[in-house]
Design a protein around this ligand. Structure first.
Ligand code: HEM
Length: 153
């Protein structure tokens, strides 16, 4: 029995949770939270939402990376087509951005909310928004690479 379909399932499920979650947060929740809530409840809301989401992102990142590597290693890096190498590279950039967001501006948001420092909290949230916007764009491009990349050969 080939494990290829199972690895693809784990890979795509991880991508759906990670990129889909960023899409919902950035495109749907962000504009409503910004227009309807004052800084204190808005920043508290984001701290709670991101705490829940980021727990799942760690699981998704581990799943995407482990399954992606397992898929590539079935044929070996040398034999893997170009689009898979590019996907690997883009995936690593996305993971690096996520790890930075988690340990720098998200940690700053937590600290600012605990101290009720709404100015610092707003700055940290702005940084998270920028970087999540970047990762969402990269996420779509990586999905394109994982699917349409076959056209590159
Ligand atoms: C982190 C390192 C990653 C590695 C090593 C990797 C590797 C792979 C490999 C080997 C495949 C199988 C291609 C095939 O069977 O033809 C694949 C499929 C795919 N990957 Fe990745 N990938 C990574 C990250 C990502 C990320 C971050 C995304 C999206 C945000 C992504 C999206 C996809 C998609 C949409 C497919 C197509 C699944 C299908 O054929 O049904 N990958 N990946």
């Amino acid at each position: 029995m080939s494990f290829h379909p199972l690895l693809l399932f784990v890979h795509v499920a991880g991508v759906v949770i990670w990129v889909g979650g960023m899409f919902f947060a950035y495109v749907c929740l962000r504009p409503e939270a910004a227009s309807q809530l004052e800084p204190p409840p808005r920043l508290r809301l984001w701290r709670g939402v991101l705490a829940r989401f980021f727990t799942w992102v760690w699981v998704a990142v581990a799943a995407v990376l482990a399954s992606g590597l397992a898929l590539i290693l079935r044929v070996g890096f040398a034999a893997a087509p170009l689009y898979q190498h590019i996907m690997f590279l883009m995936g690593l950039v996305m993971i690096a951005i996520y790890v930075f967001v988690y340990f720098v501006p998200y940690a700053g948001l937590n600290k600012a909310v605990a101290a009720e420092d709404w100015k610092a909290g707003g700055a940290a949230l702005g940084r998270i928004r920028q970087l999540v916007g970047t990762n969402l764009t990269l996420g779509f491009l990586t999905i394109a690479m994982g699917t349409l990349g076959r056209w590159l050969g």
